[in-house]
Design a protein around this ligand. Structure first.
Ligand code: NOJ
Length: 544
């Protein structure tokens, strides 16, 4: 089972290809750059990589606007480069997941061009969601995730739906051709050795018939702070998120993935905050895993973390799926900077208050030990192994995320977590590529954070990750399985045992707490490792 069901405990490293490594010197990461740095991922100890979209794209939304699902964007390389990369990853024991974007295409996709040319009422428009408006108003009140209305009007008077940018028209998943074409795309890549897919906005494909207004419920926060504690708002049906009918699509995809040997796998990107709703995507005949965004958005507080973990474990166990744990990705502020806020609250952004980055880094180091000790699998976002902070001061003229424009310049968007990685050297581009350029500017003080600067330094965050991942593999108690919480270490401490003979202790408070007696500290987030008192914002792994 271990081999066939590798995904139950996998640590998957997210390669944001635009910012990982540049092979040709144009300032944008690419497949050649990724191939040249594959050893970094293998040496780190990951089991697999997930690569953000590398398909031909006008890049309005950094590649999530796909114009051809069965080819490679020339700025990233060629299909042959992709095939080499897949083979080279496999040679290193790394599996490869791609990113599929089924909710919308690019407005440059041949289908959308055809739809525009064919005009109102034409069959070509039926692959998308074209509608007449309400007089001069859009067909309904839906909002784009990036800001503004979710509808754009074309010259002939029709409106089309885009839950994201106008350059990302939503497909109509009731259309059989849409379903058949995506099945062909899955097969195209599976036939080339790809081990699975991350599914972009997996919960948005199906819309309520008639496209009714969202109305008052608009986008209610799923969890709110009440007297310093997170309280979950009740789930309510929504006309375009998490519709029950979406599960039919994933049953078909699972069956398709099972035709392969070894079976291919899926991970859902579904911002479904209710654990029971999320677990529906993970029923035995649907998807394998899903990102656990509840965990990502939980504040650094023992009681809240414990509640999130308990709910996650319970709901995943109910469907027999392994939980996953994730702290960062390319859509959220880097967790060093989220944790750097003393009054850090639930969410994916950074608050307005001043950042204490040393505090954020201490918590981030503790958080990865927690993450890797929990049952199931984990996702790491490139650069977190370097302890990179969010770049919060990118000059506005450098900002590229469509959120910046769509929000009327009120939301700076997600570029701050997408800055190209520092590999070596003391000044930009820090070995990112052979040329001087990087598509987003790198901070002047990232020299000490580079891979080269941290390698071999036992106090560095990179070496902490390498050691933790190595020990995780070597420690039988870790990976898939169960845990038992301990209640003997105080309210600011999150602690649990895993059999055989493993304990993880995380102190989210400010006061040191005594370590449980009788074990040996295997790994600590602090340097040096504590012997009897665990400081605040620190974690240890203890073995018998
Ligand atoms: C989720 C992706 O992670 C994000 O980067 C993208 O903007 C949206 N989906 C739209 O595709």
């Amino acid at each position: 089972m271990a081999q066939r069901e590798w995904w139950r405990s996998a640590v998957i490293y997210q390669v944001y290809i635009r910012s990982f490594a540049d092979g040709d010197g144009d300032g944008l990461g690419d497949i050649t750059g990724l191939r040249s740095r594959l050893d970094h991922i293998a040496d780190l100890g990951a089991d697999a990589l997930w690569i953000n979209p590398w398909y031909p794209s006008p890049m309005v939304d950094a590649g999530y606007d796909v114009s051809d699902y069965r080819a490679v964007e020339p700025r990233f390389g060629t299909l042959a480069d992709a095939e080499h990369l897949i083979a080279e990853a496999h040679d290193r024991g790394l599996r490869v997941l791609l990113d599929i974007v089924p909710n919308h295409t690019s407005s440059e996709h041949p289908w959308f061009r055809e739809a525009l040319a064919a005009g109102p009422g034409s069959p070509a428009r039926d692959r998308y969601l074209f509608r007449r408006g309400r007089d001069d108003l859009p067909p309904n009140d839906w909002r784009s995730v990036f800001g503004g209305p979710a509808w754009t009007r074309v010259a002939d008077g029709d409106w089309y739906l885009h839950l994201f940018d106008p350059a990302q028209p939503d497909l109509d998943w009731e259309h059989p051709e849409v379903r058949a074409d995506f099945a062909d795309t899955l097969r195209f890549w599976f036939d080339r050795g790809v081990d699975g897919f991350r599914i972009d906005v997996a919960h948005s494909l199906i819309k309520e018939p008639g496209l009714p207004d969202v109305g008052e419920q608009r986008y209610p926060p799923s969890r709110v702070e009440v007297e310093g504690q997170l309280v979950r708002a009740p789930w309510t049906a929504h006309p375009h998120w998490d519709r029950d009918e979406v599960h039919e699509v994933y049953r078909e995809w699972r069956a398709l993935a099972e035709e392969y040997d070894p079976p291919r796998i899926f991970v859902a990107e579904a911002w479904v905050d209710e654990p029971e709703r999320l677990s529906r995507y993970l029923r035995p005949d649907e998807l394998h895993t899903a990102f656990n965004f509840d965990y990502l958005t939980t504040p650094w507080r023992a009681a809240d973390l414990r509640r999130t973990i308990e709910e996650t474990l319970e709901e995943h166990a109910a469907v027999g799926a392994p939980p996953t744990w994730v702290l960062s990705n390319h859509d959220v502020a880097r967790h060093v900077s989220r944790y750097a806020r003393l009054e850090q609250v639930a969410g994916r952004g950074v608050g307005g208050s001043a950042a204490d980055l040393a505090l954020g880094l201490r918590r981030a180091r503790a958080a990865v030990l927690l993450t890797l000790a929990l049952p199931g699998g984990a996702y790491l976002y490139q650069g977190e192994e370097l302890g990179l902070p969010e770049v919060e001061d990118l000059p506005v003229e450098a900002l590229q995320d469509p959120t910046w424009q769509r929000s009327g310049h009120t939301d700076r968007g997600r570029d701050g977590c997408r800055v190209p990685l520092p590999w070596s050297g003391v000044a930009p581009p820090y070995g990112f590529g052979p040329g001087p350029a990087t598509w987003l500017p790198q901070p002047a003080d990232w020299g000490p954070l580079s891979v080269a600067a941290q390698t071999g330094d036992p106090a560095s965050t990179l070496e902490l990750y390498r050691t933790a991942l190595g020990l995780r593999r070597a420690t039988g108690a870790l990976g898939d399985g169960s845990l038992r919480f301990r209640d003997d270490l105080g309210p600011d401490v999150l602690a649990f045992d895993r059999a055989p003979g493993f304990t993880c202790v995380v102190n989210t408070g400010t006061e040191p707490v005594p370590l449980p007696a009788g074990g040996r500290v295997l790994l600590a987030s602090t340097v040096p490792a504590p012997t009897d008192l665990l400081p605040g914002d620190a974690a240890v792994w203890i073995v018998e």
